[in-house]
Design a protein around this ligand. Sequence first.
Ligand code: ATP
Ligand code: MG
Length: 453
Amino acid sequence: MERILIVDDDRSIRELLSMHLEERGYGVVSAGTGAEGFKLAEETSPSVIILDMRLPDASGIDLIPELRKRAGETPVLMITAHHDMATTILAMKAGAFDYIHKPIDIRALDVALDRALEVRRLSRGTDFLSVEAQGAVKLDDIVGASPPMQQLFKDVGRVAASRATVLIQGESGTGKELIARIIHSYTAGGKPFIGINCSAIVDTLLESELFGHEKGSFTGAVASKIGKFELAEDGSIFLDEIGELSQNLQAKLLRVLQERELERVGGVKRIPVRARILAATNRDLAGEVQAGRFREDLYQRLKVVTLSIPPLRDRREDIPLLVEHLLVKINQRLHKNLRRVPRETLEKLMARSWPGNVRELENVLTRAAVLSQGDLLLEEHLVEASRPEPRFAAPPPTVDGRMPTLDEVERAHIERVFAMTKGHKGRTCQILGISRPTLERKLRKYGLEPGAG
Ligand SMILES: Nc1ncnc2c1ncn2[C@@H]1O[C@H](COP(=O)(O)OP(=O)(O)OP(=O)(O)O)[C@@H](O)[C@H]1O
Ligand SMILES: [Mg+2]
């Protein structure tokens, strides 16, 4: 029989709780003081301890660690006074599993108790993924046992032997930047690695970021500035989100790649480019080329070697390894001690679809680490991290360089949302903030009706 220890100086509460718990089939022992509680914790090894915050001989909070220890790391449910947030926080910090407010709501107690028993069951289980910290985990370590990742590692080794331009493709969060850094470290370790996100800043600024500018070349250019290409020297320049590059900069970048030389904005001197070029995108660049949004000739230059990182959902067998690796990293970073992942929790993680890939997994685990107290990764802490709203990107200019018309923008936007909802008209209306008939009309207008080709 599961035994529950109640430590509370209020006799009526002890009796009320005992009655209820016995009805539910638990054995109950109770104590009116902390000292008595210690004794019973040791003698009866209860499965859960229900502990009052105020006791005649001590504060409940101070007792938590010792009580848990004597009972064999048993979960403790605190009974706290309503509105006493500060002590509630202290209790949780001291290692209480959960708390129940006075006046005690029996249903809330049952819920908390069931959770505590479940956690205890899991923590006593033996089927775990154990997280072992083997020395310090290097931030740049990459793990993967699945065939596509193994192949990727081989390819990385191959391209690291040359200085060829590499295009890294993969969904958001699959590890594109990580791969770029690894390629760099195996090719030109010690030399500069300069990354720049091509989507983060406006066009004119990006141009001067990439190529630098001369003093006085535009308003605000009070001094001349070295661009990223020059900063990278004979190391690597990492052009992240290259798919977002404007037509104007695509043309400029193409010239730089062709001629291996650049001119600073407003400058005349030709400066040789020695850096190795690594580029990444989460777009389907071939598709972008077909759609006329990305220059074919630039694409050809970039894809000398293409590495594709598969989404996490296509290599679920990597998840246990990643969980282990990421937890070691997170433990180090947050000074936490998550060491055990119950097999069933791991299976739940493997079953998720992970649209945000490894980054999402890392975020979810980080959140769990913050929330958890013991060494056990609990399913209830694995809340889906909120994903950032898709950024509203300005429509890219068309192939011929002119800005798109309002109709073109509207069509593209409807298309995008329609794709996002997988053709769900109701959701599409909701997101677009228009009525169903309006949507129907627009779909017909733009020939976007499914099947209309
Ligand atoms: N195979 C892996 N092994 C270990 N850590 C990984 C792996 N893949 C990704 N990560 C980690 O996941 C996080 C996201 O990786 P990274 O930033 O390289 O992704 P990304 O593809 O550039 O994402 P985004 O498109 O969002 O910029 C990083 O913390 C990285 O260290
Ligand atoms: Mg990235």
